[in-house]
Design a binder for this molecule. Structure first.
Ligand code: BGC
Ligand code: ZN
Length: 363
């Protein structure tokens, strides 16, 4: 079968002919991949800054955001049947018996670091014609979500972030009910920021998206279409953002830019929660207003958490939420996928960012 692969040692990115995977266990499922999303992580891997090939292979097949159609199931697989649509999760548990999160199928909290990630770390991904996976790592997709379900994986990143935020907000008497009446800020209007903003809107938050995107960009239009407010980070400082938004109770960071993130952290309100999900490139150390941030954190009971990847429940929640987003602000959801390219054309999109979300159309 054809697949898009990166060769980390010879620094190549190209189509390969890879053996078609076959069922080798009774609970396995074979999928024909329909669509695979391209994200910032893929672009980093494609530029050899991240990613690791499986030990026995010179290349890594890219792709971790995929929608497939079931073509074959093992004798003991019960949750899926041929013809079903399914999304695939990314992270696989580490092999250590003492890793409590992995034992509980929460490898997104793996303690050892010996997890694998399909399309990212030591396991082939889904930018290929077929994939085989244990049914535990698949989630069935209702047919009505066919055109948007490829957004499930990036949405799970925001879902887990919101889970973490709500855990932290439930410190408050009355749970998180009070926090929902305060404005929430999303940093970044890339796919994960936009999907996170949709989640916040859907939960009833007054939502402000702070980003460097141009006011005539597709990203800006999506922000308006979901009923969130856009603040142009090229024209307004974090202080001005805070003046406009008011008492910020929650910040969801999805831009991967440290400087602006710490500046906005300095504007967080009393008992506020700040969730980091972006992964910045490593650069020289940065000067931040550390005394102000530390004083605020203490005097205002603030909480910060980082979050990576997501558990199975976040995938189910993401699918439920995508259906809800489609009912509430269909034009915002439908504008997310700005390009569909054939597998042969994916190389160009892996090397250069454009639009909101580019999807490789395998059909
Ligand atoms: C993926 C996550 C993954 C992370 C780190 C992100 O792009 O969405 O599933 O855990 O990269 O590798
Ligand atoms: Zn990703």
């Amino acid at each position: 079968m054809k697949a898009m692969a990166v060769f980390p040692s010879s620094r190549e990115l190209r189509l390969v002919e890879h053996p078609e995977p076959e069922l080798s266990g009774a609970r396995q499922v074979k999928l024909r991949i329909l669509e695979t999303g391209i994200c910032g992580t893929d672009r980093e891997i494609a530029s050899f800054a991240y990613g690791m090939a499986p030990g026995d292979c010179a290349y890594l097949i890219l792709g971790h955001e995929a929608l497939g159609e079931v073509v074959e199931v093992g004798g003991e697989a019960t949750s899926l049947a041929p013809g079903d649509l399914a999304v695939l999760t990314v992270r696989r548990p580490c092999p250590h018996e003492h890793c409590v999160p992995c034992i509980h199928e929460r490898q997104d909290f793996c303690l050892t670091g010996d997890f694998t990630e399909r399309g990212i770390k030591e396991a082939h991904g889904y930018m290929a014609e077929y994939a085989v996976e244990d049914e535990r790592f698949l989630v069935r997709v209702p047919p009505e979500l066919r055109n948007v379900a490829v957004l499930t994986e990036p949405l799970t990143v925001a879902e887990k972030a919101m889970e973490q935020a709500h855990v932290l907000m439930s410190r408050m008497p009355g749970g998180d009910d009070g926090s929902r009446r305060r404005p929430a800020v999303v940093l970044g209007a890339g796919p994960i920021g936009l999907l996170g903003a949709m989640k916040l809107r859907d939960c009833g938050y007054e939502t402000w998206v702070y980003s460097r995107d141009e006011p005539d960009s597709a990203n800006f239009k999506i922000v308006s279409a979901m009923g969130a407010r856009f603040v142009d980070a090229q024209r307004h400082s974090p202080g001005e953002l805070a003046e406009m938004a008011g008492d910020i109770g929650l910040v969801y960071e999805a831009a991967g830019v440290a400087k602006v993130s710490f500046e906005v952290l300095g504007e967080l309100g009393v008992n506020g929660v700040f969730i980091f999900s972006g992964i910045p490139a490593l650069k020289a150390p940065l000067e931040v207003d550390s005394e102000r941030i530390m004083r605020n954190m203490v005097l205002k009971n603030q909480a910060i958490a980082g979050t990576v990847n997501a558990g199975h429940a976040s995938y189910k929640q993401a699918l439920t939420d995508l259906a809800s987003f489609l009912r509430r602000f269909p034009s915002a959801v439908n504008a997310m996928i700005t390009a569909r390219v054939p597998l042969e054309g994916a190389r160009e999109d892996l090397l250069r960012r454009g639009g909101v979300k580019t999807v490789v159309d395998m059909v």
